[in-house]
Each structure stands twice: as C-alpha cells, then as structure tokens.
Design a protein around this ligand. Structure first.
Ligand SMILES: Cc1cc2nc3c(=O)[nH]c(=O)nc-3n(C[C@H](O)[C@H](O)[C@H](O)COP(=O)(O)OP(=O)(O)OC[C@H]3O[C@@H](n4cnc5c(N)ncnc54)[C@H](O)[C@@H]3O)c2cc1C
Length: 388
C-alpha cells in the first residue's frame, strides 16, 4: 500500500495544476493519469485546441512557475474584444483600459500549456506521477480514500481529488449525480492564416444558428471556435478546405479578408452539466468533473483553475491533518458555488438568447448589445467577471 496526503485522478490541465499547487504547498501526492501527454511536435504546426486564459489565471500559472517557461512566441495577448449581434451591426467593444488591466487575457495552445505543467510536475519530488494507469476500485471511509489500480497497485490518502473530466469516473464511484443538458451544438475548431492583421482583437459573432469566435494567434493567424447546431456543424465539416474557409470568412463578415486553413477542423459536442455536489467525505471534484459550461465565454478551464486555487488555499491552511474532513471540503464547495452558478447562468442565457428564432428576441438581443455597450458600469461588471 502506498500512502499519500492527496491522490489526484486525471492529469489534464486542471488535474496537473492541482497536483502542482498542492505539491508546492508541501503535501505528498500521487497523480494518476490514464494516458501520458503527447510530446510537443518539433515542427511549426499549431494545435487546433486553444484556450483563452484570463489575466487572473495567467498570474496563477506564473506563481506555479509554469507560465514563464512556455515559449512566448506561441502565445498571443488579447488587447481588445469586439462582439457583434446577429443583425451584423449591433456591437459591444471591450477594451482592457476600461478594466484597468494591460490585456484581456492570452491565447495559448492546449498542448503547450499541458507540456509546461507536466514538465514542472516532473521536477516536483513530492509528486508521484502514476501514468499510464487505469483506476479499478475506490473506497471512501472515515479513515481514508483507497484507490485500486487495474495493475493491482493500491494507493491510500486522506483525500482523493477527481480531476478526470466531464465523464468523471471518481464522481460516478462516489455516487454524485449530475444533470446534463445537451446544447445540440458542436464546437467546430480550426486555425487559419488571415489576409489582414487581427490587431490582437478577439472577435465574436452571435449568429442566429450558432456563435462564432475568432481568437488571435501569433502572426497573421487566428483560431476559430464555431459553436453551431449539429446539422450546420456536420455540413461545415463536409466542406472541402476552400469552401470551408469561405463559409467561415463570410460568417465573420470578411473582417480579416481571405482565410487559409492551417489545421484541419475538429469538432467537440457541447453540453451544460450541473453537479449535485462537488465534494463528499474524503473527496473533492475540480474542473470539468465539477461543472461543464458552454465555451462561448472561454471559461471552462478558467473556472477549473479557480477551483484549484480555492481548494489549495482551503487545504494548505489546514496543514497536513485530516484533509478529507467533510466540513473542510464543504468550505471549498461553498466558496466555489457562486462563481460556478454565475458562469453557467451567463453562458446558457446568452446561448438561448441568441440561438433562438423568437421574433421579439431578435430586437431584444441586438438592442441589449448596443445598450450594454453604452452602459459603462454594466460593461465594467462584465469585464471584471471575464478577467479573474
Ligand atoms: C471547443 C472548446 C473550446 C474551449 N475553449 C476554452 C477556452 O478558450 N477557455 C477555457 O477556459 N475553456 C475552454 N474550453 C473548456 C475546456 O476545454 C475544459 O473546461 C477543460 O479542458 C477541462 O479540463 P479538465 O482538466 O477538467 O478535464 P479534461 O481536459 O477532460 O482532462 C481530464 C483528464 O483526466 C484523464 N482521465 C479521465 N478519466 C480517467 C481515469 N479514470 N483515470 C485516470 N485518468 C483519467 C484524462 O485522460 C484527461 O487527461 C473549451 C472547450 C471546448 C469543447
């Protein structure tokens, strides 16, 4: 039997950050991941999966000693954001000076950030990387959390953290229920070279049949996330490269001229997922295991990193004693509730408001955008939420 303070299951971005934050706080950890991360390719290709990381979370990753190790030439700052309504004219502009920050966030490739986190973990002597490994059994009792692996190894800890994504095995073993609402949309992602400079502006269009985002990458490149209803997404994915580029350029009002595909499109199903709980005796959930939101606000992994920060403060304040205590973990759950509920409400509300054919909704959403643009205090509040 191997004994630890904490076992983290899942070494994606959120699980890896959890293990690093708790490891740096002096706890002894095991990180169990089923699939080792793929090494960074040596060519100059771009990952179609990118993240908009908020300034607050850039600071968090910097404090973990990860952000400044990433190749800066592959990271793009967001200097401003423009959002259009479906009448093609109503517009909402976000400027970092209004929020009192230098930039609204940074765009980084998933694999670059994942690699940076794992490199840091490999230097962290008090974190055992148990990978590749598959979980077989979980027992939660007043004494400990015991995890059995398929290869026969057994791990024991005061606390197990489920960071194993939206279909979380840990959550299912603990019997925590979730309610899932499929949006009936797929997020189609792809990277392009653009004819015109993007000027570090993130652009978003709330279309009647989906939400299109163009996020700046270094140079004349953008990363697209088009959350489109399933039939539309399927039709897009059937197009040849030329027709696909033209459809994307047209949906974005040719704001950056002609587009050239640099990574083939990929698609991810979208859904909202609400957990009945994010803790139990000896157990805490973080990241997509604890909540799933629509990517229209680019907040999924950002919410996850905020879970990690709150959990780390809660546990490290306690020292190394009784980390699986129900009252302690309830404190974590309470501290995260408002942020998670607010993000789920905002993303689902916007998706429903815009991807809907009701006749008066067209007027409401476009007038709402224009009014929000003119209402400084509301804009400040929206920005304050987007940059934490
Ligand atoms: C198209 C799209 C665009 C997005 N863009 C953004 C964005 O710009 N900004 C943003 O903040 N968020 C964004 N998101 C959301 C973001 O992708 C997720 O919130 C984030 O990846 C969740 O990370 P995670 O580590 O919690 O889970 P995951 O990334 O799912 O990682 C889970 C890990 O657990 C491992 N695992 C699973 N089961 C087991 C098991 N039984 N045993 C061991 N290991 C296991 C998996 O191998 C994986 O490594 C986007 C989502 C989509 C679909």
């Amino acid at each position: 039997m191997n004994d630890f303070d904490v076992i983290v299951v899942g070494g994606g971005l959120v699980g890896a950050a959890t293990a690093l934050a708790l490891g740096q706080g002096g706890l002894r950890l095991a990180l169990v991941e089923q699939a080792p991360p793929v090494p960074l390719p040596q060519d100059d290709s771009w990952d179609p999966r990118i993240y908009a990381i908020t300034p607050g979370n850039v600071d968090f990753l910097r404090r973990l000693g990860v952000w400044d190790t990433l190749d800066a030439s592959r990271i793009a700052p967001i200097h401003a954001m423009s959002v259009w309504g479906d009448d093609g004219q109503s517009r909402l502009e976000f400027d970092p000076y209004e929020a009192g920050v230098a930039e609204l966030g940074c765009i980084v490739e998933s694999r670059l950030l994942q690699d940076g986190l794992w490199q840091a973990l490999q230097r962290q002597e008090n974190v055992d990387l148990v990978c590749p490994a598959r979980c077989a059994t979980l027992q939660l009792s007043v004494d400990s959390a015991r995890l059995g692996l398929e290869d026969g190894r057994e791990l024991r800890a005061q606390l197990i953290v489920g960071a194993d994504g939206s279909g979380s095995w840990v959550r299912r073993q603990a019997g925590i229920d979730v309610t899932t609402w499929p949006y009936r949309q797929l997020a189609v992602v792809a990277n392009f070279e653009t004819e015109k400079a993007h000027d570090s502006i993130a652009r978003q269009w709330f279309l009647r049949d989906g939400i299109l985002a163009w996020l700046p990458l270094p140079g004349n490149r953008i990363s697209m996330v088009w959350s489109a209803f399933e039939e539309r997404a399927d039709a897009l994915l059937q197009l040849d490269a030329r027709a696909f580029c033209e459809s994307v350029a047209q949906a974005g009002q040719h704001a950056l001229g002609m587009l050239r595909l640099v990574t083939p499109p990929a698609a991810f199903p979208l859904r909202l997922q609400r957990n009945d709980a994010v803790m139990d005796l000896k157990l805490a959930l973080v990241g997509d295991a604890a909540h799933q939101v629509h990517p229209l606000a680019g907040q999924g992994v950002n919410l996850g990193f905020r879970d990690v920060q709150t959990l780390a403060v809660t546990l490290l304040d306690r020292g190394r004693r009784d980390l699986g205590d129900r009252l302690l973990l309830r404190r974590y759950e309470r501290a995260r509730k408002a942020d998670i509920l607010a993000m789920q409400a905002v993303t689902t509300g916007l998706q429903k408001l815009f991807n809907n054919d009701g006749p008066w909704l067209g007027w409401l959403r476009n007038t709402g955008l224009a009014l929000t643009d003119r209402t400084t205090s509301l804009k400040r509040r929206l920005m304050a939420r987007a940059i934490v």
